[in-house]
Write a protein that binds this ligand. Structure first.
Ligand code: NAD
Ligand code: TDX
Length: 336
């Protein structure tokens, strides 16, 4: 039986991935997660016994990581590395945990997979490529030069460079994927879409940074998961694959859609203080992934996806409500 070690598997995308693996494969999963404020161990509840084990621990803990990686002895076994500090705004307030987890954590994992000759798939982001002009004809490809802007994106870029160096210098069997902005169930209320949905469900107001002209390229977390499975299964070692679902929208457009879906006037929102260094536009060309591996997204209609996500947050109030006050107090202190 295939065994996967999924770091950060109690986070938003990691937990969606673990659920997807349980539904779509026979693999057994060990999750290594520090259970930071961003985690949702609840998302792993109810999965079939024997398929998923949660180990609480830090990806920078060399001895623990070595032990877990040493158990991956089968030819199909692999590590899928999601664990990260993931929120840009937090990285502007205190970059330190981003350097520790995202860079040092990836280094510790690389050394363990090198020692035990285990396959690694490293999860990264389109933010390593910096941003594009609104009217630029091009989108990011695997050949776009790295130009990260924030402490978060530069820590992810550093981790990507380490992975490539370990492939070339030590022959580590690794692949990398850089995905665009995810949405869907279990996303923390600090992030853009769940923040606005839960603000409205809690009787508050929508908060748009700056003018709202910034563009993000949205993909459902389930499509990110199916792409990662395709790369694990058929991806070429040493290669990078960009993951995206042609979901470019301005933040203003997303906010108007959410307001309308929740029965409010489309312009009933607050403009708040912009994010320092705010990237203008991300856009992914996922042609390589589609042509080489035959991957296609299942969620192609963002409007439908957002409506379903609103329903999910309506039904999971007990999960998100206790997280809301701390997040909103921190945003309010920054005028956001
Ligand atoms: P998240 O913040 O929701 O989850 C991160 C998880 O990692 C949490 O469960 C947390 O407890 C765990 N973690 C943090 N530090 C750890 C440590 N030192 N040791 C072990 N576990 C630790 O993040 P997410 O949005 O699910 O992102 C997951 C991955 O996907 C990240 O690598 C991120 O860079 C990447 N990514 C995210 C997006 C997005 O839109 N959210 C897009 C592209 C790529
Ligand atoms: O309240 C808000 N209002 C607002 O206008 C928040 C929280 C955000 N925004 C804007 C900032 C961005 O332009 O919305 C956009 C999306 O913001 P985030 O959800 O913070 O995502 P982003 O900074 O784009 O990064 C996300 O996608 C790439 C993830 O958090 C990263 O982990 C991933 O790598």
């Amino acid at each position: 039986m295939q065994r996967l070690l999924v770091t950060g598997g109690a986070g938003f995308i990691g937990a969606n991935f673990v659920r997807h693996v349980v539904e779509q494969t026979e693999a057994a999963v060990v999750v290594l997660d520090k259970l930071t404020y961003a985690s949702s161990p609840e998302a792993l509840e109810g999965l079939p016994p024997g398929r998923v084990e949660l180990v609480t621990g830090d990806v920078t803990d060399e001895s623990l990581v070595d032990t877990l990686v040493s158990r991956l002895t089968g030819p199909e076994d692999a590590v899928v590395h999601f664990a990260a500090e993931s929120h840009n705004d937090n990285s502007l307030h205190d970059p330190s945990p981003f350097i520790q987890t995202n860079i040092v954590g990836t280094f510790v994992l690389l050394e363990a997979v090198r020692r035990h000759e285990v396959r690694l798939h490293h999860i990264s982001t389109d933010e390593v490529y910096g941003d594009l002009e609104l009217d630029a004809p091009e989108r990011f490809t695997e050949a776009t030069p790295y130009r990260p802007s924030s402490p978060y994106s530069s820590s992810k870029a550093s981790a990507d460079h380490l992975v490539r160096a370990w492939v070339r210098s030590f022959g580590v069997r690794a692949t990398i994927s850089n995905c665009s902005n995810n949405y869907g169930p279990w996303q923390h209320v600090e992030k853009f879409i769940p923040r606005q949905i839960t603000n409205l469900l809690a009787g508050g107001r929508v908060k748009l940074y700056g003018s709202g002209e910034n563009v993000r390229d949205w993909i459902h977390a389930e499509d990110h998961s199916s792409a990662v499975l395709a790369i694990l299964d058929r991806g070429r070692i040493g290669e990078t694959y960009l993951i995206g679902a042609d979901g470019e929208r301005s933040n203003l457009d997303v906010v108007r859609t959410l307001l309308t879906l929740l029965g409010h006037q489309a312009d009933d929102f607050d403009h708040v203080t912009d994010r320092p260094g705010h990237d203008l536009r991300y856009a992914i060309d996922s042609g390589k992934l589609r042509d080489e591996l035959g991957w296609r997204p299942a969620h192609r209609d963002l409007h439908e996806g957002l409506a379903a996500t609103i329903d999910w947050y309506r039904e999971h109030r007990l999960w998100w409500e206790p997280k809301k006050a701390t997040v909103e107090t921190a945003y309010a202190a920054k005028g956001q």
